[in-house]
Design a binder for this molecule. Structure first.
Ligand code: G3I
Length: 490
């Protein structure tokens, strides 16, 4: 990737006269921008972050902690400067479902009601994450975990249905420092396999069809990093197969020397897949002009890409930041504006109006509803799960389990396991005994020739560590069958 064209000099801000013309032109043609920018007089630079971002049809948000809402300066700064919010901890699983089936929304509701009263956009953070999980989740069996995950998504998204602009459906699932596509080991991968991400997104779409559904992660800021490539491949695969996903969240916990030179290209490459990009947890450790420059570059990178729809800083004041020693935010501990604040405000004011606002979401229809991902259904197999081991024909083996069946159809899951060595790419083959046909397959790519089926890995789940496994699944027409599977790896 080449250099970020905006990274040098930061001198992209047009002259005031030019800016006036650009804003005025957009006001004439873009209804959404007109509405968002209405609070800024024509020709004037906006004086707050939210109003400045709105001129180009974007939002500028902050993470808010309900526990600090008794600090009047904190709330006044939030209200004045930001037009969006992400609850910092209040919507996480440990906060919303501390014991199984018992939901608690008091703290999150406090933030949501306040934000609604100010007309702010609300980002929901987060539904499925290995962090801040209540301990009861760790003890669940595979089937229990699957139904608990879907139930959690249904209840939390259901409680806020219609109020949330975008949900971080799955957070931080990819591994640091691994090969492209490797997922972090968690209770979700261990019990549900890599397909848990797809299952979560399908359940989320059903729970609130009007919320944007995001995958959110850190260390995916460099366009070429293995972790970034893994997320990119997953999003590409989801889009190709119609798995519902609308946005990628770049958390962007950075320091002043660590904004990648290809940060803008990175945003652009995700946007080119047909998803929005949001900077979701921005904070940049540092001080003075170097910190301000880093903030400017990040802001310009977002505003240069039409589908980068908004930015959220992970807190308001350095006083309450989770990285307080790094002083990474836009207001110091006394709520004074820092140089970084001015850099962001100027970059937002310099942005050209967004001529490609993100399209209205049109929910992608799920394939044949899967009992494991449909809301409000507990799996009730009509047949006992059955499985067939396959002979190890190389570095991997594959086992098929029938997880559900109904008259004329069934659903199966195939576990692909690496042997004594890691595998990089796998292919599973079988022959149907009785004319069965696959209606929908996930976490793999299929080719069919008569009764012979060949399934290869998806772009993101080909690498399996020695002794580890991944899964793919499908729904099929016909009578449930357990053919003999072979697995090969190049
Ligand atoms: O509320 C309790 C309090 O009752 C208790 O006395 C105190 C003692 O430690 O802990 C308080 O809870 C803390 C909570 O923040 C609220 O302040 C937790 O210990 C602490 O672990 C928790 O940290 C949060 C962290 O996520 C946990 O993973 C941070 O506030 C929050 O900013 C941070 O946010 C994450 C994003 O969700 C995901 N991306 C990374 C980001 C930064 O780590």
């Amino acid at each position: 990737m080449g250099e970020n064209p905006l990274s040098a000099g930061g001198g992209r801000r047009p002259r005031a006269g030019t800016r006036r013309l650009l804003v005025a032109g957009a006001l004439g043609v873009l209804g959404t921008v007109t509405a968002l920018a209405a609070s800024v007089p024509a020709g004037a630079a906006a004086g707050t972050l939210g109003a400045a971002a709105a001129q180009s049809g974007r939002y500028y948000g902050a993470a808010i902690a309900a526990g600090h809402m008794n600090d009047s300066t904190y709330v006044a700064t939030w209200d004045r400067e930001y037009n969006a919010v992400t609850p910092e901890n209040e919507m996480k699983w440990d906060a919303t479902e501390p014991s199984r089936g018992s939901f608690r929304f008091t703290s999150a509701d406090q933030i949501v009601s306040h934000a609604q009263s100010k007309g702010m956009k609300i980002r929901g953070h987060t539904l499925v994450w290995h962090g801040q999980l209540p301990s009861w989740v760790g003890g669940l069996s595979t089937n229990d975990l699957r139904s608990a995950m879907v139930n959690h998504i249904n209840n939390v998204m259901g409680h806020y249905k219609g109020k949330i602009y975008a949900w971080d459906v799955v957070n931080e699932a990819f591994a640091d420092g691994g090969s492209v596509g490797s997922l972090r080991s968690s209770i979700f991968t261990q019990k549900l396999g890599n397909g848990f991400i797809e299952e979560a997104f399908r359940a989320a779409r059903a729970a609130d069809p009007n919320a944007k559904l995001c995958y959110n992660d850190y260390n995916i800021d460099d366009a070429n990093a293995n972790k970034t490539r893994g997320v990119y491949n997953m999003v590409k695969d989801f889009k190709a197969r119609g798995v519902p996903i609308d946005c990628v969240g770049l958390q962007s916990h950075l320091s002043q020397g660590s904004v990648p030179s290809n940060y803008q290209q990175n945003i652009a490459q995700f946007a080119a897949l047909g998803v929005d990009v949001q900077i979701t947890e921005l904070d940049i450790g540092g001080s003075g002009s170097a910190q301000a420059d880093a903030y400017r570059r990040v802001t310009q990178a977002c505003t240069a890409v039409p589908r980068c729809t908004g930015m959220t800083v992970w807190g308001i004041t350095d006083k309450y930041s989770w990285r307080s020693g790094d002083n990474p935010l836009l207001f110091d501990g006394n709520f004074n504006k820092k140089q970084a604040y001015t850099a962001v405000l100027d970059a937002l004011n310099a942005a050209t109006p967004n001529t490609s606002p993100s399209p209205t979401i049109s929910p992608t229809p799920s394939p044949t509803p899967s009992p494991n991902t449909s809301p409000n259904t507990s799996p009730s197999p009509r047949t006992s799960p059955s499985s067939t081991p396959s002979p190890v024909t190389g570095a991997c083996s594959a086992t098929l389990t029938t997880v559900n069946s109904w008259p004329g159809g069934f659903q199966s899951e195939v576990t692909v396991r690496a042997g004594g060595s890691a595998v990089d790419g796998w292919t599973v083959k079988w022959t149907w005994p009785g004319g069965q046909t696959i209606s929908s397959l996930w976490n793999g790519t299929q080719s069919v020739s008569g009764s012979s089926v060949t399934v290869g890995n998806a772009a993101y789940n080909g690498s399996i560590a020695a002794g580890s496994s991944t899964t793919f699944g499908f729904t099929a027409n016909g009578s449930a069958a357990t053919p003999t599977l072979t697995c090969t790896s190049p």
